[in-house]
Design a protein around this ligand. Structure first.
Ligand code: SF4
Length: 237
């Protein structure tokens, strides 16, 4: 293969799914968005809701490798207001070519990352959702436009605030019940209490798109593969 072909191949990204939907979380909730969900995540949370991107029991056989231009064409054709690059963990990939192409067409580019890997690419909005299973880089936490803390149990928020310390500088700090705990009164009351007592920047969050199931209306999306907080599904792999 010639060098030109090798370089073109190297620019392709492993895409688990892409679809036109709307953002279901955070400050941009309810806005039309084109999602690009990339393959691979070394973080491996036991309650991951995108296990099809990394868990050997759920990875589909056909992972497409798409060029930045192909993804851009689909994003533009969708008429979305902005593009969200997510995963898996999107920061394990060099996103420079893709983000340049998207932004040069006048579309804003957002990323949703655990923050555990340096971000490669230029983004208009950075959402960091830190995970205990692989802690985020402090420099990435400080760049976040919004933080999304996953509340798994009654002390999750206090544990994160303790770890974050002075790096809790994002303008918006969302407190999301981990989906399998969304009816757990202790989790909900922990969120209620922090928002009521401390106010800004804390905000109670929810994954609205899961209620609407809007992602599934695009045939390019894949069925969700939630692990549901069962550590045994991750341990011993
Ligand atoms: S929740 Fe996010 S960071 Fe955790 S395993 Fe799933 S994709 Fe990776």
């Amino acid at each position: 293969m010639s060098n030109v072909l090798l370089q073109a191949e190297a620019r392709r990204l492993p895409v688990h799914e892409r679809f036109y939907s709307w953002q279901g979380e955070g400050c941009h909730a309810g806005r039309a968005a084109f999602f690009i969900r990339l393959y691979g995540c070394p973080v491996q949370c036991p309650w991951c809701d995108s296990a099809g991107t990394w868990h050997t029991d759920y990875i589909p056989r056909d992972i497409a490798r798409l060029a930045p231009d192909e993804l851009l064409r689909e994003a533009v054709a969708s008429s979305a207001s902005f593009v969200v690059i997510t995963g898996g963990e999107p920061a394990i990939h060099d996103l420079s070519d893709l983000t340049t192409a998207i932004r040069e067409r006048g579309l804003a580019c957002h990323i949703e990352t655990s923050g555990a890997f340096p971000i490669q690419g230029t983004f208009d909005w950075i959402t960091v959702s830190p995970k205990w299973h692989k802690l985020p880089l402090r420099e990435t936490i400080r760049k976040a436009d919004e933080l999304k803390l996953i509340v798994e149990h009654g002390t999750s928020i206090a544990d994160w605030l303790d770890w974050l310390g002075d790096d809790l500088c994002a303008e918006h700090v969302w407190l999301h019940p981990e989906w399998s705990q969304r009816n757990n009164p202790r989790v909900l009351e922990a969120i209620n209490q922090v928002v009521r007592e401390r106010g800004d920047p804390f905000r109670a969050g929810y994954q609205l798109h899961k209620l609407y199931q809007v992602d599934e209306q695009d045939p390019r999306s894949r069925p969700p593969a939630p692990l549901g907080g069962k550590p045994a599904l991750v341990e011993g792999r």
